[in-house]
Design a protein around this ligand. Structure first.
Ligand SMILES: Cc1cc2nc3c(=O)[nH]c(=O)nc-3n(C[C@H](O)[C@H](O)[C@H](O)COP(=O)(O)OP(=O)(O)OC[C@H]3O[C@@H](n4cnc5c(N)ncnc54)[C@H](O)[C@@H]3O)c2cc1C
Length: 391
């Protein structure tokens, strides 16, 4: 089996195969010097089942019992656990797997159901090829972007933040939906991200890093050391044609992760989907490209169907709300009952949740909200499908 790319989705697949199918010989081809990239992957406790949470536990470096949000109108704490996985943990776990051969610094040029061609022209054959090379822009997706820069900082004194602040939207919105995200990795250590939901994917890393330092200073936190930096531009799906998106990919080669469009439409986060997909791969027999392609395609198309409401809410956020008023959409959402919010993040709202999300006065002008209802009509608008990815 060939795993093309050793990022989150293929990394979790390798871990599940090592646990459940140790007889398989797996080779991972990764362009970068190490697997996993440079990320902090976080998720809500309620995104996963108890069993999934258990098999992921060795990767989790930080876990908190609760989280909170801050908006101009209110602050709210949720008793929903939050967890974080540093990519270093995934890399170390993959490097320790006995049945995985990791070939880093290996760039794959083309993929086919029976093998791959490397950038240097070499050809490798396999019964099963899985394409986990990350997000692929497509003419068939209309996107907005969640873009962010994060700095991990150590302070001269305890910062006093005990639990994650998922959104502090009490900041200047700068024409986007903008918030700061805080993860307390220690009493004197925080990951602070400046995040914007924006129409354009461009990212001014230097300026956003300056904004983070300004935010820390405004809280009265004196910085001792700048430990790490990460940045991302994640796709937020507004509308699209899933069948056409799939038709554009190499036929018969199963994609996974962002490449398969398996991410939460409103957050761009993919960890819960990657966990579920790793389980699906490990239980597929026989493990051939053809069998897996059919299963993943059917799974992804069913997810797409089920996620129409998320895309509608995204269109409201990006299109019906003017930049300065976008935060009101999220502020309204965070007043809803906690179990509904949990199911929203887990990507599995019930019928009653969907109704609850749609009733009441919309936080945007009604004519603009009505203009967002038809996904088909929205698809015909000038395209917004620029490149997203790790930067
Ligand atoms: C900085 C950052 C933070 C994020 N935080 C979260 C989070 O907290 N929670 C969450 O759920 N999601 C998060 N995401 C979003 C998303 O879950 C991640 O982007 C996730 O890593 C996507 O998984 P993937 O396997 O599809 O792609 P990736 O993890 O990006 O893996 C793709 C891999 O393929 C390799 N590759 C690409 N092209 C080739 C090639 N031609 N040949 C060989 N190898 C190749 C890349 O080097 C990379 O290692 C974050 C994204 C970023 C960028």
């Amino acid at each position: 089996m060939l795993l093309v790319g050793a990022g989150l989705a293929n990394g979790l697949i390798a871990l599940r195969l090592a646990a459940l199918r140790p007889e398989l010989e797996v080779v991972a081809l990764e362009a970068a010097p190490r697997p996993g990239g440079n990320h902090t992957w976080s998720f809500h406790e309620s995104d996963l089942t108890v069993e999934q949470d258990a098999w992921l536990a060795p990767l989790v470096a930080h876990r908190w019992p609760a989280q909170s949000v801050r908006f101009p109108a209110f602050r709210r704490r949720f008793a929903t656990g939050y967890r974080s996985i540093p990519s270093e943990r995934l890399a170390a776990a993959l490097e320790a797997l006995p049945n995985l051969e990791l070939r880093c610094g290996t760039e794959v040029a083309t993929v086919a159901p029976d093998g791959v061609t490397l950038a240097d022209g070499a050809r490798l054959a396999a019964d099963c090829v899985i394409d986990g090379r990350g997000f692929r822009p497509s003419a068939h997706l209309q996107l907005g972007f969640q873009k962010f820069v994060g700095l991990e900082l150590r302070f001269a004194a305890p910062h006093g933040v005990a639990e994650p602040v998922i959104m502090d939207a009490t900041v200047d919105q700068g024409g986007d939906y903008r918030f700061f995200y805080l993860l307390p990795f220690g009493a004197d250590r925080l990951l602070i991200e400046d995040t914007r939901y924006s129409d354009a994917p461009d990212l001014d890393r230097g300026r956003m890093a300056e904004e983070i330092l300004g935010y820390a200073a405004a809280q009265g936190w004196a910085i001792d050391e700048r430990l790490r930096e990460e940045a991302g531009v994640l796709p937020i799906t507004l509308a699209g044609d899933a069948e056409a998106f799939w038709a554009d990919m190499p036929a018969g080669v199963p994609p996974v992760g962002l490449r398969a469009g398996l991410f939460h439409p409103t957050t761009g986060y993919s960890l819960p989907d990657a966990v579920r997909l790793a389980e699906l791969v490990a239980e597929t027999r026989p493990l051939s490209s053809a069998a897996l392609y059919e299963r993943i395609r059917a799974y992804a198309l069913a997810r797409w169907e089920a996620q129409g409401l998320f895309r509608f809410l995204n269109r409201m956020l990006f299109d019906a709300a003017d930049g300065a008023g976008r935060y009101r959409v999220l502020q309204r959402f965070y007043r809803l009952p906690e179990p509904l919010i949990r199911r929203f993040y887990a990507g599995s709202p019930t019928f009653a949740d969907k109704t609850r999300l749609l009733v009441g006065k919309p936080p945007v002008p009604i004519p603009a909200a009505l203009g967002c209802i038809s996904e088909r009509a929205f698809r015909r608008r000038p395209r917004r499908n620029l490149v997203a990815g790790a930067v």
